[in-house]
Every structure is written in C-alpha cells, then in structure tokens.
Write a protein that binds this ligand. Sequence first.
Ligand code: ADP
Ligand code: MG
Length: 224
Amino acid sequence: AEEFLLQSEKLTIVGELAAGVAHEIRNPLTTIKGFLHLYKSENPAIKYGDLIQDELERIEIITNELLSMAKPQAVAYCLVNVKDVIEQTLEFLLPQALLRNIEFVRKFKGDYFPVTCAQNQLKQVFLNIIKNAIEAMPCGGEIHIGLELTADGECLIAIQDHGVGIPEEHLHRLGQPFYSLKDKGTGLGLMISHKIIKQYHGSIAYQSKVDEGTRIEIRLPVHG
Ligand code: ADP
Ligand code: MG
C-alpha cells in the first residue's frame, strides 16, 4: 500500500511539472507559429514550410494534452447517466467511424446508469478509448459498446474492437506516459483516462489478442 501511495504521489508531481512545462512552451510556440505563417505568406516558396508547420502542430497537440492532465481546478461533479455520455461520444465520433467503415453496435442492458462525475472528463475517457478502437481497425468492422449494472453495484462499460490487438508483453505499458506504437501518437490518451477513472475510484482492465482485437472494461461505482 505504501508503494502504491508513493507511486501516485510521484504521478501527481510529474503531472504538475509536465503541465507547468507545457504551459511555458505554449507561449513561444504561438509566437513561432504566428511568424511562420507571416513568413510563409511573404515567401510562398519557402522550403520545408509545411514540414515545420506540421511539427509545430505536433508540439501543440502534445502540450495541450499535457496541460489537460494538470490538477483539475474545481471540476463540478454531477449525477450523470453514463448512457447519455456514451451516446454523445458516439455521435461525436460517428463521422470518423463512417469514413473508416466502422459500425458502433450498442449492447446496453438498461437505460439508466447513474454515476457521480464531471461529465466532460468521463466523455474524454470514452473518446480516448473509442478513438483508439477506431484507429486499431484500418479495414473497418464493428465496435461493440456494452453497458450494464453489475451485481456488486458497479457500472460496467465494455468497449470491444476487432482490430490489430496488443501484444501481451505490452499490456502493462498501457497508460504509461508517451507509450505509443503509432506514427503520430502521443501516448497520453490512456494516461489521462487512467488518471480520471482513478479519481472516480473506478478501474480499467484490458484483454487483447494480436490480430483478433481488444476488450476494455471500465468499472465505475454507481451513485447511491
Ligand atoms: P496514442 O493513441 O496517442 O498512441 P494512447 O494512450 O491512446 O496513445 O494509446 C497508447 C497505445 O496503446 C497506442 O499507441 C496503441 O499502441 C495501444 N492501444 C490502445 N488502445 C488500443 C486498441 N484498442 N487496440 C490496439 N492497440 C491499442
Ligand atoms: Mg489514443
């Protein structure tokens, strides 16, 4: 238990430090982007202009993600129906899914799944995880989204894809900062998601087989 505490304290300190550094990087970055834009419009033939811009945008994405894991400043917790949050997330991701021939299949056992949380944070978690599922299926297919109340008073959200899968020896690295196997990945999505779910005293578990797919189970304590 002591080790666990130390580990979580370390994460908080590292998180705050990362967010601080990200904040400091953002201002000069904005200036550089602005001047690059100006320079490009005055010198349309500038060599490597697009490349520089792409890389600057990459830094911007990373710093924004780092900032979003800063200590939550007075987030308002409300009673939320998880089903609504899932529906909002699926609606948001539908265009991306359609483009990639992916279908969302809902397996909801019920209509009301009350959880106390900050709605936007929970949406962020579902977004990160379902986006990963989409990205894992380059040839399209179905993503199953299960929702049920368990006998021990938990809300169980299961997201199952039929994608590339994750090698077993990599499973323990999910949620570690900057762990990514993608060309343009940041490896921060799952880290942020783990942090949020932990705040709610919930859990995330992964089951995966290479070339078969991945199942992610999120458990959250039900309100009341
Ligand atoms: P990113 O998506 O930016 O790479 P994440 O933290 O969201 O960062 O995910 C970290 C890594 O975990 C991904 O790069 C990928 O290798 C692996 N991963 C996560 N979800 C899945 C999934 N559903 N199927 C296969 N691999 C996954
Ligand atoms: Mg991701």
